[in-house]
Design a protein around this ligand. Structure first.
Ligand SMILES: CC(C)(COP(=O)(O)OP(=O)(O)OC[C@H]1O[C@@H](n2cnc3c(N)ncnc32)[C@H](O)[C@@H]1OP(=O)(O)O)[C@@H](O)C(=O)NCCC(=O)NCCS
Length: 228
C-alpha cells in the first residue's frame, strides 16, 4: 500500500496504523450514532473501537485519508487473493476472545450485550445466505462529515478497486443498510443491488426497522466498459 497524494494536494492516503484507532472510532461513532445496548461516553467509545478492530481483523486492505495529521476518512476491505493463508478459524477465535474481553470488563455491559450479540449473529447468518460469491469485499468506509462531497470517498474506493483488480479479483461485494449509511453513494459508483433483507442488528441499535442491502460490482464488466 503506497502513500500518495490525491488530486487535492492536501489529502494524503496511507496505510492504517494502530494509533489511528481512536480517530477511526470517532468517525464511526459520528457516522453511526445509534447506541442502544451501550450507555455513557466510555461504553460508546469502547463499542466503536471494538467495531473498528473487528472490521480490521477481516481486512487485508486498510487505508486512511489524512489532511495534515488528521484522519478524515478510511476504507477497510478484503481482497481474497491477498489473504495469503491467514486462517479464518484463527481470525474468528481472535474476534471471540476480543468480544469476551470487551464484555467481561463490565458485567452490566455483558447483561446488555446479549441482545446485541444475538442480533449480530442473526445478521451474519443472513449475510452468509444472501451475499453472492465474490473475491473482494468492502468492510467499512467512512469520511468525516466535515469533508464529505470532496471526492475523498470516491478516491478511497477507487484505490481499493484498483488493488482488487491488480490482484485478479472479479467481483466486489459489500453490505450496507438504509438507516445510517449513505448507501446511494455506491449506486452512483456503479454497484448494483443484489439482495435486501430485514437488518436485525441495525434495527436493534436504532430501535427502528432497517433494511440491509447487499451490493456487487462486476470488475470484469467495469474493465470492459473502461476499454470501450
Ligand atoms: C458514503 C461516504 C463515504 C461518501 O463519501 P464522500 O467523500 O462524501 O463521497 P464523494 O465526495 O467521493 O462522492 C463521490 C460521488 O458520490 C456522490 N455521493 C456521495 N454521497 C452521496 C449520497 N449520499 N447520495 C448520492 N450520491 C452521493 C457524490 O455526489 C459524488 O458524485 P459526483 O462524482 O458525480 O460528484 C460518506 O457519505 C460517509 O462516510 N457516510 C457515512 C458512512 C457511510 O454511509 N459509509 C458507507 C456505507 S457503509
Amino acid at each position: 500500500m503506497n502513500t500518495t497524494s490525491s488530486t487535492r494536494t492536501s489529502v494524503i492516503f496511507r496505510g492504517y496504523r494502530p494509533d489511528d484507532l481512536k480517530a477511526c472510532a470517532r468517525l464511526a461513532k459520528e457516522a453511526f450514532p445509534y447506541g442502544r445496548g451501550t450507555s455513557g461516553k466510555d461504553e460508546g467509545e469502547m463499542t466503536m473501537k471494538g467495531y473498528v478492530e473487528s472490521s480490521l481483523l477481516y481486512s487485508t486492505w486498510s487505508e486512511v485519508a489524512c489532511i495534515g495529521d488528521a484522519v478524515v476518512g478510511f476504507l477497510f476491505g478484503r481482497i481474497e487473493k491477498t489473504w495469503k493463508g491467514r486462517s479464518r478459524m484463527r481470525t474468528l477465535l481472535v474476534e471471540l476472545s476480543m468480544t469476551a474481553r470487551f464484555l467481561l470488563r463490565n458485567p452490566l455491559m455483558l447483561a446488555r450485550s446479549f441482545g446485541l450479540m444475538w442480533n449480530v449473529w442473526i445478521t451474519e447468518l443472513k449475510l452468509a445466505e444472501h451475499r453472492p460469491r465474490s473475491d473482494a469485499e468492502i468492510e467499512l468506509l467512512i469520511v468525516d462529515s466535515k469533508n464529505r462531497g470532496e471526492g475523498i470517498g470516491k478516491d478511497l474506493v477507487d484505490r481499493f478497486i484498483t488493488a482488487a483488480k491488480e490482484a485478479g479479483a472479479e467481483v466486489v461485494t459489500l453490505y450496507s443498510e438504509d438507516l445510517q449509511s449513505n448507501y446511494q453513494f455506491y449506486e452512483k459508483y456503479g454497484f448494483r443491488r443484489v439482495a435486501t433483507f430485514y437488518d436485525d442488528v441495525t434495527s436493534y441499535f436504532a430501535n427502528k426497522a432497517s433494511t440491509a442491502i447487499i451490493y456487487a460490482l462486476d470488475l470484469k464488466q467495469s474493465t470492459d466498459t473502461e476499454r470501450q
